[in-house]
Design a protein around this ligand. Structure first.
Ligand SMILES: NC(=O)c1ccc[n+]([C@@H]2O[C@H](COP(=O)([O-])OP(=O)(O)OC[C@H]3O[C@@H](n4cnc5c(N)ncnc54)[C@H](OP(=O)(O)O)[C@@H]3O)[C@@H](O)[C@H]2O)c1
Length: 251
């Protein structure tokens, strides 16, 4: 259960090697000692994530999860909830892809859409059913500002996040009747593994800064946040830019 000050007892990270997900665990470790369930693909990054989380003084449970493998989400969510209630589940996995390759390669485009959208929808349904059964829970869905208006430079990723965002926003409405809250998080550019080597965009932020906002928003029961906060305004303005101009913007 989430305690009186908003700390989860059990925290599930789907995409447990994500820099943002690990920063969320780190942030919770400052005020409580949740068990962290790391659902991720086996390998050195997962081993490092476990060592990192245990280094914060937290206990861990490791679960195999590969979003590209059929049946993996179902068994991962089942295993996570078998060990006890999951108070907060973070849907953190995703791939940025290579837009210029992806929009010309059908299989690459499909792979990206399957991981970022189709699998995330399946995971959302699985988490909803499990949280309805336990009678409580919070889902944190890492969407992206890129999904709000797809840009020429990353529209394959942007389109997958648009679908992701619409689904988890709808889930917010559907689960409200069950007392389960969903937080949709829309970061701009975050300096993480995903963006390593890319030139930081204006208002670039860090996994720690996103995590601070996420933990505060979960405590406050919010349903949507942008990271940094100013991105909400930026996106509002960008959405109003006429298409003939928008398509020529250099980003
Ligand atoms: N970084 C940004 O600028 C930014 C901005 C907006 C939104 N986001 C979103 O925030 C979330 C977290 O991203 P991040 O910045 O923390 O990047 P990250 O550190 O690269 O995390 C992404 C994670 O997704 C996992 N993943 C990729 N394919 C997978 C698969 N088939 N099955 C299971 N896991 C898989 C990776 O696991 P492996 O270790 O196994 O590769 C990786 O840990 C993503 O959904 C991303 O789209 C990021």
């Amino acid at each position: 259960m989430i305690d009186a000050v908003g700390n989860p007892k059990n925290l599930l990270l789907l995409g447990g090697t994500s820099d943002i997900a690990l920063a969320i665990a780190r942030r919770y470790a400052e005020t409580s000692k949740p068990k962290v369930i790391i659902a991720a693909r086996p390998g050195a990054r997962r081993d490092a994530a476990v060592a990192e989380v245990e280094g914060y003084g937290l206990t861990t449970q490791v679960i195999d999860f590969d979003a590209a493998v059929e049946g993996s989400a179902e068994s991962a969510v089942r295993d996570a909830f078998t060990a006890g209630d999951v108070d907060v589940a973070v849907v953190a996995y995703g791939v940025l892809g290579d837009n210029e390759n992806d929009w010309t390669d059908p299989l690459a485009a499909r792979r990206l859409a399957e991981i970022n959208y189709a699998s995330a929808v399946e995971v959302g349904v699985l988490l909803s059913n499990a949280m309805k059964a336990q009678g409580h829970g919070r889902i944190v869905a890492l969407s992206s500002a890129a999904g709000e208006r797809a840009r020429r430079s990353n529209f394959v990723y942007g389109s997958s996040k648009a679908g992701f965002d619409a689904f988890y926003t709808g889930l917010t409405y559907a689960l409200a009747d069950y007392g389960i809250k969903v937080l949709v998080v829309r970061p701009g550019f975050v300096k993480s593994k995903m963006t390593k080597g890319l030139k930081p965009a204006p208002l670039a932020t860090t996994p720690d800064a996103v995590a601070d906002q996420v933990v505060d928003a979960v405590r406050a029961g919010k349903e949507q946040i942008w990271s940094p906060k100013l991105f909400q305004l930026v996106m509002l303005v960008l959405k109003l830019v006429p298409r003939p101009i928008f398509r020529k913007l250099p980003f």
